[in-house]
Design a protein around this ligand. Structure first.
Ligand SMILES: NC(=O)c1ccc[n+]([C@@H]2O[C@H](COP(=O)([O-])OP(=O)(O)OC[C@H]3O[C@@H](n4cnc5c(N)ncnc54)[C@H](OP(=O)(O)O)[C@@H]3O)[C@@H](O)[C@H]2O)c1
Length: 236
């Protein structure tokens, strides 16, 4: 078994997932990166990085699903210390114009896949007595700021509930779960829905620093929700 801690990160090809992978690699973690198109990142040390073909929309498919990923990561590193369910999609439709297919597509990636990943990794996460689960939710999991974010918000409220559910189910086994709830972060996703320049949005690298801090907190410093924003709002 590897001496270094191992983290699984979904959607590590770009955006927040890639920034977090880079940050945790520099902290000495083993990386197991789930990607639709698996490519070894340019910053990664291949001897400490596992890249897994993973499609969050595949419904737990035997080849590219969560159980196969967890098994492959365990075979490679012998341990799983943290999982970060980061892969996500945003369909910018309001709740009236959207169809069931839009909701189903977002629920599949934003809610159902993260739950399956936590379920598949639950036993290995328990082994160290300090497993960590991060669900990349959103401030859209805390409030509905615009009509166009309404459908997405339905899935992110569910993602926040998922993090709380994992926290409840895993607490006695030393597992701590956090719903990370950012506003606009300077990635492709935010650029597709706002004209804000990158410098007016949260920097993915800075968010990665915050997530690294959350993962490193002790069992007696559990953070259930972590909200971070680039702009002033009433509550966040
Ligand atoms: N950016 C923001 O303003 C913001 C704010 C709050 C919350 N979030 C949340 O943060 C997370 C990361 O977002 P981001 O801003 O980094 O988005 P992004 O730049 O659009 O990147 C999304 C990542 O998710 C992956 N992904 C999408 N569908 C997938 C699937 N079916 N299977 C596996 N991977 C899949 C993408 O992989 P491909 O490269 O293969 O497409 C990519 O790596 C998401 O959950 C998002 O909802 C983002």
């Amino acid at each position: 078994m590897s001496e270094a801690r191992t983290v699984l990160i979904s959607g590590a090809s770009r955006g927040i997932g890639r920034a977090l992978a880079q940050r945790l690699a520099s902290d000495g973690w083993n990386l197991s990166l789930g990607m639709r198109r698996p490519v070894m990142p340019d910053f990664a040390d291949p001897s400490r990085t596992h890249v897994q073909a993973y499609d969050a929309a595949a419904g737990g498919d035997a080849g590219t699903g969560e159980a196969a990923w967890v098994a492959a990561a365990l075979a490679r590193f012998g341990r799983i210390d943290a999982i970060v369910a980061n892969a996500g999609i945003m369909i910018p439709k309001n709740v009236i114009e959207a169809e069931d297919e839009d909701l189903d597509a977002m629920f599949a990636v934003n809610v159902k896949a993260p739950r399956r990943l936590a379920k598949a990794a639950f036993e290995p996460l328990s082994v160290s007595g300090r497993g960590r689960v991060v669900i990349l939710a959103s401030l859209s999991g805390k409030r509905v700021k615009s009509a166009g974010s309404g459908l997405y918000a339905m899935t992110k409220f569910a993602a926040v509930a998922l993090a709380h559910g994992i926290r409840q189910a895993g607490f006695d086994r030393g597992i701590r779960a956090t719903a990370v709830c950012p506003g606009f972060v300077g990635t492709d996703m935010a650029r597709s829905i706002t004209d804000r320049p990158d410098e007016a949005m949260t920097d993915p690298a800075e968010l990665a620093d915050a997530i690294a801090m959350l993962i490193n907190l002790s069992n007696t410093a559990s953070v259930a929700e972590f909200a971070v924003n680039c702009q002033l709002e009433e509550l966040y």
